[in-house]
Design a protein around this ligand. Structure first.
Ligand code: 6PG
Length: 486
């Protein structure tokens, strides 16, 4: 029998790295009628995948990198699903010498976009397309339809796009949740911001839960009902849906609400932190995402929390049933308005990076592909898509007529919720930061003028004036006359 290196290549796509995400993605390709070459560092995983799921489609199991590459039709398309970081570089180094010009390596991990920029350039110099690809939706999404955010060259998308679109989730209007985001690292960048927004969404939901519990006095099961109700309105989203599920769950071992037996220290793998670090470099305020990252980190500082446990807080009488109902309705408004702010900030960040790196990202298309498959999928994203369709250069989502109208109607309730939280000592960093951002954007004058005066005073850093062009410095240590230093 001839070895597979001498037989005709049959696979349209290959997946290397067969942990859960990789094997689910390979199965998804196979279930959509594609012949999939599969490879893993240890052959046992490859064999297990084919033994258990071989009936779902056509797999070509490969023991070695050479065998794997030989099984692929040209241009070869290799999806790398290994741990982000050094393992990705190791796989690239292993495969590159076996590939030809025009072949495509797809990195489906949560890579930092700077790594993607570096890898794309190095492979481009060798004639190989490197496609940093954001994939969202977790294990379930990888199998049944994720949202897919490929970067890389437009040329690579011609051969890769149809394959990816075939396995992607479908938005409610039937369009695939996959589009070519832009060149080199645009896809991984957009996935990073997706995760940042995911952090912000989760923090805002957690604050809403905390308020309903602490201020309205509702128990977890009751709050699950409130979230179910919200899920049938404008907040309809995967994260609200699963929040209701988590809150309704009872711990089998103790019989207590599940949420009460879980340690209240949130962990993170780092994509939210990267979003904030990158936003600082780009100079884009993403306070909603930043507060979410800091809230997770604060929750884990057990020593600080223990040291502060006895600090005084306000005394507050519980709300009566009628007040609690009315308060819950206001929390929905505060949650919606705060969510809108964090999405507005996330989109600003994508727009800024698109300009900085020359990616030419279609902001409406990003919203369109997040309508299905990904963790932040939500009805609301169709509104964002429509807002950018109406005005592709919309400076902020808050300026869209429909959103401006909604947030305007929500603002009284939003302010009341934040004020109530402050009065009652419930931490709401996400709600508060979002409201502060809203008020800062709409302010006629900001105290930044005073900041400029201080900077000029102690460091002669100069300032601009409202009434004429130029750069100015006041002789603060002298006669306080003003010099035009333009
Ligand atoms: C997704 C998720 C996925 C993962 C995050 C969670 O889009 O499918 O965002 O990428 O669940 O990495 O990150 P943390 O562990 O940092 O919460």
């Amino acid at each position: 029998m001839p070895s597979s290196t001498t037989t005709q290549p049959t696979a349209q796509i290959g997946v290397t790295g067969l942990a859960v995400m990789g094997s689910n993605l390979a199965r998804n390709f196979a279930r959509h009628g594609h012949t999939v070459a599969v490879h893993n560092r240890t052959y046992a995983k490859t064999k297990a995948l084919v033994d258990e799921h071989g009936h779902e489609g056509t797999f070509v199991p490969a023991e070695s990198a050479e065998e794997f590459v030989a099984a692929l039709q040209k241009p070869r398309r290799i999806v790398v699903m290994v741990k982000a970081g050094e393992p990705t570089d190791a796989v690239i180094d292993e495969f590159t010498p076996l590939l030809d010009e025009g072949d495509v390596i797809i990195d489906g991990g949560n890579a930092h976009f700077h790594d993607t920029l570096r890898r794309e350039k190095a492979l481009r110099d060798k004639g190989i397309h490197f496609v940093g690809t954001g994939i969202s939706g977790g294990e379930e999404g990888a199998l049944n339809g994720p949202a897919i955010m490929p970067g890389g060259s437009a040329e690579s998308y011609k051969s890769l796009g149809p394959l990816l679109e075939s396995i992607a989730a479908k938005a409610p209007d039937g369009t695939p949740c996959c589009t070519h985001i832009g060149p080199d690292a645009a896809g991984h960048f957009v996935k990073m911001v997706h995760n940042g927004i995911e952090y912000a969404d989760m923090q805002l939901i957690a604050e809403a839960y905390d308020l309903l519990r602490t201020v309205a006095g509702f128990g977890p099961a009751r709050i699950a009902e409130v979230f179910r109700g919200w899920n049938s309105g404008r907040l309809n989203s995967y994260l609200i849906e699963i929040t209701a599920e988590v809150l309704a769950h009872t711990d089998a071992a103790s019989g207590r609400p599940f949420v009460d037996v879980v340690a209240d220290e949130a962990e993170q793998k780092g994509t939210g932190r990267w979003t904030v670090q990158t936003a600082l470099d780009l100079g884009v305020p993403v306070s909603g995402i930043a507060e979410a990252v800091f809230a997770r980190s604060l929750s884990g500082h057990r020593e600080l929390r223990d040291a502060a446990r006895t600090l005084p807080g306000p005394a507050a009488a519980p709300l009566d049933a009628e007040e609690a109902e009315a308060f819950a309705a206001r929390v929905e408004e505060a949650l919606y308005a705060s969510k809108l702010v964090s999405y507005a900030q996330g989109w600003n960040m994508i727009a800024a990076a698109s300009a900085e790196y020359g990616w030419d990202i279609d902001l409406g298309a990003v919203a369109a592909i997040w309508r299905g498959g990904c963790i932040i999928r939500a009805a609301f994203l169709d509104r964002i898509r429509a807002a950018f369709a109406a005005d592709p250069s919309l400076p902020t989502l808050l300026a869209d007529e429909g959103f401006a109208d909604e947030v305007g109607r929500a603002q009284d309730a939003w302010r009341d919720v934040v004020a109530t939280a402050v009065r009652r000592g419930v931490p709401t960093p996400g709600f508060s930061a979002a409201l502060a951002y809203y008020d800062a954007l709409r302010a006629e004058r900001l105290p930044a003028a005073l900041t400029q005066g201080q900077r000029d005073f102690f460091g002669a850093h100069t300032y601009r004036r409202t009434d004429r062009e130029g750069s100015f410095h006041t002789l603060w240590g002298g006669d306080r006359s003003e010099q035009d230093v333009s």
